[in-house]
Design a protein around this ligand. Structure first.
Ligand SMILES: Cc1cc2nc3c(=O)[nH]c(=O)nc-3n(C[C@H](O)[C@H](O)[C@H](O)COP(=O)(O)O)c2cc1C
Length: 175
């Protein structure tokens, strides 16, 4: 089996968030895909070890923020290489509360979702969410692809990303 075939799949780069009355949670995910258009729904694959995982299952809600190519790469470092257990990722990150979910302002579009179903996939849970609300905030921006993240930003896939490969190292350009 040539695992490199999996690296030819295409994705975007997103920030997934949730919150309870006390704390905000969020992580980077590449694994967002639209599932249906009516009702509009998306799915995301979230690692069991991510703090965001347990909190989404608890609150039953999450948001998706679509990152543009010109986003400051430090947002990917901040949300993708640290845990909400250890830090408040929203301190110093401009964001807007939408449907009681924190949506980082750096995105080009966002959606808020109600969890409809979950499926345990071993290391990850596939979370299906029906879209409550969504909007485009920067129509002229270009959505970042996972290829762009690897090829231009020189980013890597950390252990909890579903696309992780063992030889991946720490990112060079993102902090
Ligand atoms: C480019 C990139 C893509 C990622 N994709 C996913 C993903 O699809 N699913 C996932 O569970 N984690 C993914 N991660 C890893 C999480 O963002 C990371 O484990 C994060 O620190 C978890 O934070 P939390 O503990 O606050 O939830 C990705 C990270 C990066 C940098």
């Amino acid at each position: 089996m040539n695992h490199k075939a999996l690296q030819k799949l295409s994705y975007g780069v997103y920030i997934i968030t949730t919150a309870d009355s006390e704390k905000k949670y969020g992580c980077v995910a590449n694994s967002v895909v639209q599932i249906t258009s009516s009702p509009a729904s998306v799915a995301v694959s979230i690692n069991h070890d991510n703090a965001t995982h347990d909190k989404i299952l608890e609150t039953g809600k999450f948001s998706v923020t679509i990152l543009p190519t010109d986003v400051d790469p430090s947002i990917i470092g901040g949300f993708g290489y640290r845990s909400s257990r250890d830090v408040d990722k929203f301190e110093g990150t401009a964001h807007t509360m939408r449907d009681e979910l924190p949506v980082p302002d750096v995105g080009m579009a966002w959606m808020t979702c109600q969890v409809k179903q979950t499926m345990d996939a071993g290391s990850h849970t596939i979370i299906l969410g029906e879209i409550i609300n969504c909007d485009v905030t920067r129509g002229e921006a270009i959505a970042m692809t996972y290829h762009y993240y690897h090829a231009v930003i020189k980013g890597k896939s950390p252990k909890n990303a579903p696309t992780y490969v063992a030889e991946d190292e720490k990112p060079s350009k993102i902090s």
